[in-house]
Every structure is written in C-alpha cells, then in structure tokens.
Design a protein around this ligand. Structure first.
Ligand SMILES: Nc1nc2c(ncn2[C@@H]2O[C@H](COP(=O)(O)OP(=O)(O)OP(=O)(O)O)[C@@H](O)[C@H]2O)c(=O)[nH]1
Ligand SMILES: [Mg+2]
Length: 475
C-alpha cells in the first residue's frame, strides 16, 4: 500500500471526533493537497532536508487530525486616526488565495470559513489581533498584575476581488465601503503553485498579474469614487483641488499614496477613504516547505524581484512579507500556546545538513504572521504603545494594559485619561510618567519613584513610545 493511501486510510479510520463529519473529507483533501508523502509535490523536492521537513509536515497533519481539542470558533500620514479609533486593516486579494486562511492564522482561531472555492467569503469577518509587545508581560509581572491586556488592531477579511469588481463584478462594490474604513491594506497574493487542486480564478498562478488585477480594481474604484464626488457642488476648495490633482494620476495608474500630497491636501480628502491612499502590505502566501526552509530567500526574491514588477503599487512605500497561511492556520488550530507552536516549528525545521540549527527562538517567533503583520502595520502607520496599570493600588486595579496611539497624533496625559474613563479625565490631578525600560530597572514602582525614576507631568504633557503612565485623579 502506498504511503499516501495508508495515510488516507488511517485518517479515515481513526477519526477522533465522531461528530466531525468533515474529517473524512478533510483527510482526503489534505492528502490531495500534497501533505501525503508520495505526491508529485514531494517528488519535485530534491534536497534531503526538504524531504525531512515535508515528512514532518505530513505527520503534523496527522497529529492535527487526531487532536480532539475543540477549535475556537512611516511615510504615511493618518489623519483619519482619531485617538480612540480602533486601527483596522483590510485583507484583500483575488478569490481563493488564502485570505480567510490567513485571517484564521492571525486570529489563532477558526473564525472565517476557508474552503477551496472562489467567493467562499461573502460577509466580512472581523477579529481583534494583539499588537506584539516587548514590555507588557514584563510590566505585568513587575506590577504583580492579575491580568495583562494587550493592545489590539482589527483585521477584516473580505470577499475576493476579481477584474471588474469596481464595476460590480463578483461581489463587486459590496465590501469596498468596508475597506474604505480601514487604515491599511494587507494584500494577499498567492505564491504557492504546487497545489493545482486549489482553484485559481485565472487558471494559473501568476503573483505579479494577480496583484495587478487587484491593484487596478482599487485604482478604478477610486477613480469612480472621485468622479462621483466631483459631481457634487459640496465638493469645494482644497478638497476639489486635491481630487482634481489626484484623478489624472490615478488614470495613469499611479496610486493616490504616491502622488505626493501635502499634509493639508490629505486632510482635505480624509473622509473619502480613498483605497489607494492607504498604506499596503503585500503578504505573499508561499509554499509551506519554502516557508520553513527558505523563508529569507523567498522574502528577498519577492522584495527585490517581484515587488518592483507589480504595476499600480509603490515599492518605495509599500511593504512586503511572506506568510504560509495554511501551515500557520493549522499550527494555530493545533495549539494556542505560542511556545508550543514555536517548539513545534523548530522541531519540524530541525537541523541543517551540518547538524546545526540557525533558527533561534526569536527568529521563529518573528516569522509567524500574527507577529509580522501587526508589527508591519505599526511601522507603516507609525504607531506606538503606552501602558497603564503599574503604580495603581492593588485594591483599585490589578490589570496592566497596553494602549495603541499614532506618533502623528500622540496623546496628552489628559487624553489618555479620557481613554481610560470619563471620570478619570474629569478628576485629573497629575500624571506620573516613566519609560517602561526605566521602570523595569527597579524592583518595584515605589522603588523607581523613591529613586527619582518617575517624573510628574500635567495634563498637557505629550506621551511617547513605551511610556508607563499613572494618572492621579480625585473622585
Ligand atoms: N496549499 C495551500 N493551500 C492554501 C493556502 N492558503 C489557503 N489555501 C487553501 O486555499 C483554499 C481557499 O482558501 P481561503 O482562505 O478560503 O481563500 P480566500 O482568499 O479567503 O477565498 P474567498 O473568500 O473565496 O475569496 C482553501 O482550500 C485553503 O485551504 C496555503 O498557504 N497553502
Ligand atoms: Mg475568504
């Protein structure tokens, strides 16, 4: 019996969850998708290490199938980023290229339906994704907090875009309004081409052309949006002049973010939510074996050889990364513990041929989409974190919390107080402020205070990155 057939038979026989009717189908699909050892996918893999990794991947799927644990369900200005506004990132791309799979990997839960047919997603899926944070856990421990609460940004998974979407093709304009509310765009591009059974709407995998189709639709959607706005008599002065300046550029295929608008011009058209004005991260969805073994090489290739060839993008401003949506979603479904995920990935990657491993723990942490993408969004939108909780008497609160702000509109202490609670803002007396690394040098908050490591500020003091803030207020 071939290894493939054996794998299918075993998966079908030892279904861990009698109620899970999808398991049989899923087992067959997984093998068909190339996880089985005898597939042509494997045959094309020459190197021994690659074979080893692929073998680990097939046993990874095996373990995943036998687990009964239930699945849970810059250079850009951001004038539309109010102090209290939740940062939103829209996931776009052609249909059936792994957007929902990536969304599930980001959320670490199976929220969005991800199936092998185009337009699987109709209604947008939303999930808060934690902002990677170097200080929060340490601050929580330092303050003996019972709970730490990470800052989050919301990722929105929408329906796939096809050529003509701006004119209503596919699911058309239905979700463009959702995207207009987003602060940044994560453009997913299919880069894995070793799974012919995963339907491609153009019949072949061509990352450059695929990205261009989507980009062009965003450009055309903006053209139509601007033309409609210019017809209105309420569009006047700087807004009109700015839109009139952008329109011919868009018609040449230049995204609004590359037009070189002044701060005031950008402000004047803020409410339009132009899609091509939003900063973009290209997430190339690569083959799982490449992701595990050649991630840096593929990343280098997409950055230097693919990105510059994509039309209607701006390689000087847009960012790019590689993800392995399927693998990352599967790992998330296996365990929600980042350490277990990391250990598992390290075990799959194993050692190099010379017996050494070049993948440090940090490197593994930094390759997963739930770390990489929110970090890139922070860079693109120039966001930073401040913390509250340390110094607050235990009887009042035992939570250390991170808050996300924009460097282009940094908060004052009184504004932070307002975000915490209206009463705290109303009763504001003063604020104690210290950078997190400074506070962490002392044994406790009081020790830092006694040693003069904490400064006192009034209500108009502007906060900066990593500040730990204690607001003193009267009830
Ligand atoms: N082999 C492989 N398959 C993938 C990968 N990412 C997604 N898929 C598969 O591609 C199919 C489509 O995935 P989805 O996440 O539903 O794609 P989508 O872009 O959300 O599709 P629409 O919602 O229809 O636009 C599913 O069968 C996934 O399992 C990947 O990285 N590798
Ligand atoms: Mg989808």
């Amino acid at each position: 019996m071939s290894r493939n057939v054996l794998l299918v038979v075993l998966l079908l026989l030892i279904s861990p969850h009698p109620k899970d009717n999808n398991n049989k189908h899923r087992a067959a699909v997984l093998v068909a998708e190339g996880y089985g050892m005898g597939s042509s996918f494997m045959a094309t893999r020459k190197s021994r290490r690659r074979d080893k990794v692929s073998l680990s991947l097939s046993s990874f799927v095996w373990r995943r199938q036998t687990t009964t644990r239930p699945r849970g369900g810059s250079n850009h200005r951001n004038h539309n980023m109010g102090l209290c506004m939740k940062i939103k990132v829209g996931i776009v791309g052609l249909p059936n290229i792994g957007k929902s799979t990536l969304f599930n990997a980001l959320a670490q839960k199976s929220i969005a339906q991800a199936e092998n047919f185009p337009f699987c997603t109709i209604e947008p899926n939303l999930a808060p994704i934690a902002v990677p944070d170097a200080h929060l856990t340490k601050l929580g421990r330092h303050a003996k907090s019972v709970k730490v609460v990470a800052a989050t940004m919301e990722f929105v998974d929408v329906a796939g875009l096809v050529a003509g979407a701006s004119r209503g093709e596919g699911l058309g304009n239905r979700f463009l309004a959702t995207l207009r509310e987003c602060h940044a765009i994560c453009h997913v591009v299919r880069y894995f081409d070793n799974h012919p059974d995963i339907v491609h709407v153009h019949g072949k995998v061509d990352p450059i052309q695929d990205a261009e189709v989507v980009n062009l639709e965003l450009v055309l959607a903006d053209v139509a949006h601007i033309e409609r706005r210019l017809e209105k008599t309420t569009c006047r002065d700087e807004e009109r002049a700015t839109l009139e300046a952008i329109l011919p550029q868009l018609q040449l295929g230049i995204p609004a973010r590359s037009v070189g608008l002044s701060e005031s011009q950008e402000k004047s058209i803020r409410s339009m939510g132009l899609l091509t004005l939003k900063p973009v991260i290209y997430a190339f969805n690569i083959d799982e074996v490449d992701f595990l073994l050649d991630r840096e090489q593929v990343l280098d290739d997409v950055t230097h050889n693919v990105m510059p060839k994509i039309q209607y993008c701006d390689p000087s401003r847009d960012m790019s990364t590689v993800v392995s949506a399927k693998l990352e979603a599967e790992i998330a479904a296996m365990s929600s513990d980042p350490k277990a995920q990391r250990d598992y990935l390290q075990s799959i990657m194993g050692e190099d041929d010379d017996g050494t491993t070049t993948r440090t723990t940090t490197m593994v942490d930094n390759m997963l989409c739930y770390t990489v993408l929110p970090t890139m969004v922070c860079q693109l939108l120039d966001l930073f974190l401040v913390y509250t909780g340390p110094g607050v008497p235990a009887e009042k609160s035992q939570t250390t919390k991170a808050h996300l702000f924009s460097n282009q509109d940094p908060p004052t202490t009184i504004q932070l107080a307002g975000r915490l609670h209206g009463d705290i803002q109303k009763g504001f007396l003063r604020a104690e402020v210290t950078p997190a690394p400074t506070l962490l040098q002392y044994d406790s908050y009081n020790a830092a205070k006694d040693a003069g490591g904490i400064r006192t500020e009034g209500k108009d003091a502007v906060l900066s990155e990593d500040d730990v803030v204690l607001i003193k207020w009267k009830q």
